[in-house]
Design a binder for this molecule. Structure first.
Ligand code: BMA
Length: 339
């Protein structure tokens, strides 16, 4: 029986594998990784950095598909087991509020979060510079664009799965126009998913070597009895390029700009061939999770080397225990983040 409670519905059919005997790692990889390989459909060279949700007794997802012309777009995928996926041949046909076609110029790193009865897709797109796009759907047939929440430059946005204090709440990472050599996680709130404000700083890069360059939001925060469990990415710069690892933090339930615990160790770092070798080597980039409120099981979907999708597992007890045991927070982590 789990000591830390996942405050979310049961999901008994989510993908799961037991921890390998002898492993001491907080996260362990699916033995079939990468679960999505190269050239997954005609015209798409790679799928990675993608997000999933339970839907109608199976699973659905929004997938970053790097087209063979190099431009990323978002494709819809479906799965019965959360491991083996099939994809629509055409990219998602976004429309505006009048139902007219409204395709972004490009779209990458989508997240998929259900808040109340609506699924929101959040991604990075061109808005006269890289910024955040949002669309909503209730049936996965019509995807209606909403107003862009932020001005450029901003990437890595993800919604909390419920309103907090009555407000929709979004994490994002303000950035620059390039391969941003800096970046901290901020939080913004909205009464209606259109007007965003009440911005708060959540946490910055740290002096932990694996995340000493920049950090960014990852999967939608998971509600637990200890606070919001956040899987995020942390980046270090080496003489041979950036290295992206998966980090973990726990945010205050009512004031999530306050970090309660932050793991000084990475939870997962590039070690396997599909994480170390690819279009961009050494990238583990979490974008979504499944969790089962009954057993405490968690499955993390993460992009691998900008080329593949991987799946890793943990339990809420183990990962929260590991984060707390190795926690080191700074003053700017713990404060409200308003100046
Ligand atoms: C970031 C984003 C991600 C990507 C990562 C590593 O800036 O563009 O989509 O996975 O770089 O290339």
């Amino acid at each position: 029986m789990s000591e830390v409670k996942l405050l979310c519905p049961s999901l008994p059919d989510m993908p799961w594998q037991e921890k390998p005997a002898g492993s001491t790692a907080p996260l362990w990889r699916h033995t079939e990784n990468p679960i999505i390989s190269r050239n997954p459909l005609p015209g798409v060279a790679r799928i990675f950095n993608s997000a999933v949700a339970p839907y109608e007794g199976g699973f659905i997802g929004v997938f970053r598909g790097e087209q063979t012309n190099g431009v990323p777009h978002i494709y819809l995928g479906r799965s019965q087991d959360g491991v083996h996926w099939s994809f629509d041949a055409e990219k998602i046909p976004f429309v505006d509020k009048d139902g007219k076609p409204a395709q972004p110029v490009y779209a990458y790193d989508p997240r998929l979060v259900k808040v109340e009865d609506t699924y929101y897709v959040i991604w990075c797109q061109d808005f006269y510079g890289a910024s955040i796009g949002v669309a909503k759907t209730t049936d996965f047939k019509t995807f209606t664009r909403l107003e862009n929440p932020f001005i450029p430059f901003n990437r890595n946005a993800v919604l909390f799965p419920r309103r907090i204090g009555g407000m929709y709440t979004m994490l994002s990472r303000p950035s620059d126009s390039g391969h941003t050599p800096f970046g901290d996680i901020f939080l913004s709130q909205s009464p209606d998913m259109e007007f965003w404000g009440r911005h708060r700083h959540v946490m910055s890069k740290s002096d932990n070597w694996w995340e000493n360059l920049k950090i960014g939001g990852g999967a939608a925060p998971i509600e637990t009895s200890e606070g919001w469990l956040l899987f995020y990415h942390g980046v270090t710069g080496t003489c041979n390029g950036y290295v992206y690892s998966i980090g973990g933090a726990i945010l205050d339930i009512d004031e999530p700009s306050r970090v309660l615990y932050r793991c000084s160790n990475f939870l997962l770092t590039p070690e396997e061939w599909y994480e170390e070798r690819g279009f961009v080597p050494n990238v583990c980039f979490p974008c979504a999770t499944f969790q089962d409120g009954d057993t405490g099981r968690i499955a993390v979907y993460y992009g691998c080397a900008d080329s593949y999708v991987g799946l890793a597992f943990t339990t809420v007890d183990q990962v929260v225990g590991y984060i707390k045991a190795h926690s080191r927070t700074s003053q700017t982590d713990c404060e409200l983040g308003a100046r």
